[in-house]
Ligand binder design. Structure first.
Ligand code: FAD
Ligand code: 2HG
Ligand code: ZN
Length: 473
């Protein structure tokens, strides 16, 4: 094997091309370009080679060669991650986008086995075509892929009823850093045969190996969805409304999202074909979705819970969507917030969670804190109030250098917000993960015992530290 880096790299790329064929390997800068920066344009990276395996065996061959030549690896799905995990920093970039086959749909077992490169909207369609529901849903669903969603343990807007990606995975196939293939594609709901290793890979952000396929849970499709848009005066009222909705519907609430007025204004400004379903000067809106097994009585249930909430002074005003187009409009408004915020400019993002009972307190105290540490900031706090996950984003005042603010200058704001989160027994990463963005902070936020256990797992599966170095740990 050649010694100097340049020769070693060309020899490695030659052997990769021999093993995977020309379709599986690219050094073309134009093809590599979209893979080496993140969707917000905040981070930029580089890679000597883009590898595009089409099968698990090809992933295994690529990983075996990376191990032989001592190259670090960065796996990539849709590159929609929010924490600077999927942008390569000189590692060999392995894109799973060609691994997009449906291996099996077993409707009697309510399960489907998909490869890692299947895009989430396609996974939802496959379920639908088979008369079932795959309930994971999030703003990046047109690009995010099964392998990336598993590796980040993605959440989104259905967690309240169906759980996070971790709750939707029955089995996993993965390629280990040394190239060995682990077939853990079990489709069982009960399997107590020692450590449940799939859970190590779910949320590992590519630090332990490459997920190549997964067996996912399917659910019965609801016969009807009732969707409403409610105006509330405060996050505290939103949390009260959540309780009213849950109590009235016996577990039928599948979506419960909070939207502040500023986010609405940005959406209407930057996203074409969006308009306010219920104009009001009030500060907050809530999107409520109920999923029900029969049409009969469904509308009445939503009407009754909203009337009750209005009578109790919890809701100021509300409208129930009359058509599929209206439902699509309120979801479009909600799902476009991240994109509208990006169009507005840079922001310090805090993807945090607290117990639902403390969401209102967090949002109030968090806003006061951020404004005290950085006077003049705007706050866009929105999202998954139904499961205690708020995206608490802090926008720099006009005229302030945005890059400096989301870089070093904003650190004091983030530390204050995360200290508050810690005092409320919350998490500094509810659903987006750690990546490179929160890696240093994780090391001192978690207890030494927890960090030791995580490092021990990493050492056991990736002893040379070649999988996504600098992410998570
Ligand atoms: P990538 O971004 O490509 O990768 C993410 C991480 O996983 C990286 O560390 C990467 O190295 C690793 N990885 C990727 N594929 C594999 C694999 N096959 N094996 C091992 N490691 C791998 N997230 C939420 O949880 N909820 C939301 O509501 C949500 N909304 C979003 C809205 C928008 C507009 C955007 C842009 C993003 C949103 N996200 C959300 C974040 C993002 O979509 C998720 O983190 C998603 O799971 C990433 O999937 P991906 O395929 O793009 O992964
Ligand atoms: C969402 O819920 C995403 O829309 C994005 O998780 C959150 O942009 C964000 O801060
Ligand atoms: Zn989110």
């Amino acid at each position: 094997m050649a010694d100097d880096l340049g020769t070693r790299t060309s020899e490695f790329i030659g052997r990769l091309t021999g093993a995977l064929g020309p379709k599986g390997v690219s050094t073309d800068p134009a093809e590599i370009e979209p893979h080496i920066s993140d969707w917000r344009g905040r981070w930029k990276g580089s890679t000597p080679v883009l590898v595009k395996p089409a099968t698990t065996e090809e992933v295994s061959k690529a990983m075996t060669l990376c191990a032989a030549y001592g190259f670090a690896v960065n796996p990539q799905g849709g590159n929609s991650g929010m924490v600077n995990g999927s942008v390569p920093q000189g590692e060999v970039l392995i894109s799973l986008k060609r691994m997009n086959k449906v291996r099996e749909v077993d409707t009697l077992n309510d399960a489907m086995t998909l490869e890692a490169g299947v895009i989430l909207t396609r996974a939802q369609e496959i379920a639908d075509e088979n008369g079932k529901l795959f309930p994971l849903s999030l703003g990046a669903q047109g690009v995010a892929m099964i392998g990336g969603l598993i590796s980040t343990n993605a959440g989104g807007v259905g967690v309240l009823r169906y759980g996070m990606m971790r709750d939707l995975v029955l089995g996993i196939e993965a390629v280990l850093p040394d190239g060995r293939i682990w077939n853990g594609l079990r489709a069982l709901r009960k399997d107590n045969t020692g450590y449940d290793l799939k859970h190590l890979f779910i949320g590992a952000e590519g630090t332990l190996g490459i997920v190549t396929a997964a067996t996912l849970k399917l659910f019965a499709k609801p016969a009807v969805k009732e969707t409403a848009w409610a105006v509330v005066d405060s996050p505290a009222k939103a949390v009260e409304l959540l309780q009213i909705a849950k109590t009235a519907t016996g577990g039928a609430v599948t979506g419960f999202e909070i939207v502040p007025k500023l986010a609405l204004e940005l959406v209407f400004k930057h996203i074409p074909d969006t308009r306010d379903p219920l104009p009001s000067t009030a500060a907050w809106r809530v999107l409520i979705e109920l999923s029900l097994p029969r049409e009969e009585g469904a509308r009445g249930l939503m009407e009754a819970l909203l009337s009750d909430a209005i009578e109790k002074g919890v809701v100021a005003d509300a409208t129930i969507c009359e058509s599929e187009a209206q439902k699509a409009m309120v979801w479009k408004i909600r799902e476009s917030i991240a994109v509208a915020e990006r169009a507005h400019g840079k922001a310090l993002k805090h993807d945090v969670s607290v117990p639902v009972s403390r969401v209102a307190e967090f949002m109030e105290r968090g806003a006061e804190l951020a404004r005290a540490v950085a006077p003049g900031v705007d706050i866009i706090a929105f999202g998954h109030v139904g499961d205690g996950n708020i995206h608490f984003n802090v926008v720099p005042p006009a005229g302030v250098d945005q890059d400096a603010f989301v870089g070093k200058e904003g650190l004091k704001v983030s530390e204050a917000i995360h200290d508050l989160i810690a005092s409320l027994n919350g998490s500094i990463s509810a659903e987006h993960g750690i990546g490179r963005l929160k890696r240093d902070e994780l090391a001192w936020r978690k207890s030494p015992v927890e960090m030791d256990m995580m490092r021990a797992v990493k050492k056991a599966l990736d002893p040379d530290g070649r999988m996504n170095p600098g992410r998570v740990l």
